[in-house]
Write a protein that binds this ligand. Structure first.
Ligand SMILES: [Zn+2]
Length: 149
């Protein structure tokens, strides 16, 4: 019993559970038991250790992946998005600029207390846009001062 030449690992089930289910199982199980390329050392030595857990038998790197495959389609898409966010040039500056605009808007609200809400909002947005680069520069200067201390 076990592996057969015709139905491979599905042979362990004999004639049970139905042909369709056994074929579906085979489709995944053959991929699950394969060796995959290691993302760390490049050798084709990665094997599934448990559900979602893969280990390289060359460099013993252990990492998370799909339940049956080390890399899934949805997983690779998420990874791309995460990498993009990290390596966008000036991403940190953009995030910092957004924070300053919120502060600017708050300050503008305090200054223009008593005026109409609509006019205040529009003014806050416009001033925020114009003041962005200046404020970013100011923040950079402040950070420099802090690092000097
Ligand atoms: Zn490796």
């Amino acid at each position: 019993m076990g592996n057969t030449e015709k139905v491979f690992t599905a042979g362990r089930f004999g004639a049970r559970y139905g042909v369709g289910i056994r074929k579906r199982l085979l489709k995944i199980e053959t991929k699950q038991q394969k060796y995959y390329n290691c993302p760390f050392c490049g050798f084709k030595k990665v094997r599934r250790k448990a559900a979602g857990l893969f280990k390289c038998r060359k460099c013993s790197a252990t990492f998370a992946g799909g339940a049956y495959l080390p890399v899934t389609l949805s997983g690779s898409i998420v990874q791309k998005i995460v990498l993009q966010k990290e390596f966008v040039p000036g991403a940190k500056e953009l995030l910092a600029a957004r924070e300053t605009t919120e502060e600017d808007e708050k300050a503008a609200r305090r200054r223009e207390h008593g005026r109409e809400q609509r006019g205040r909002r529009e003014h806050g947005r416009e001033s925020g846009r114009h003041e962005n680069p200046g404020h970013a520069a100011e923040q950079g200067a402040k950070q420099k001062e802090n690092s000097d201390i």
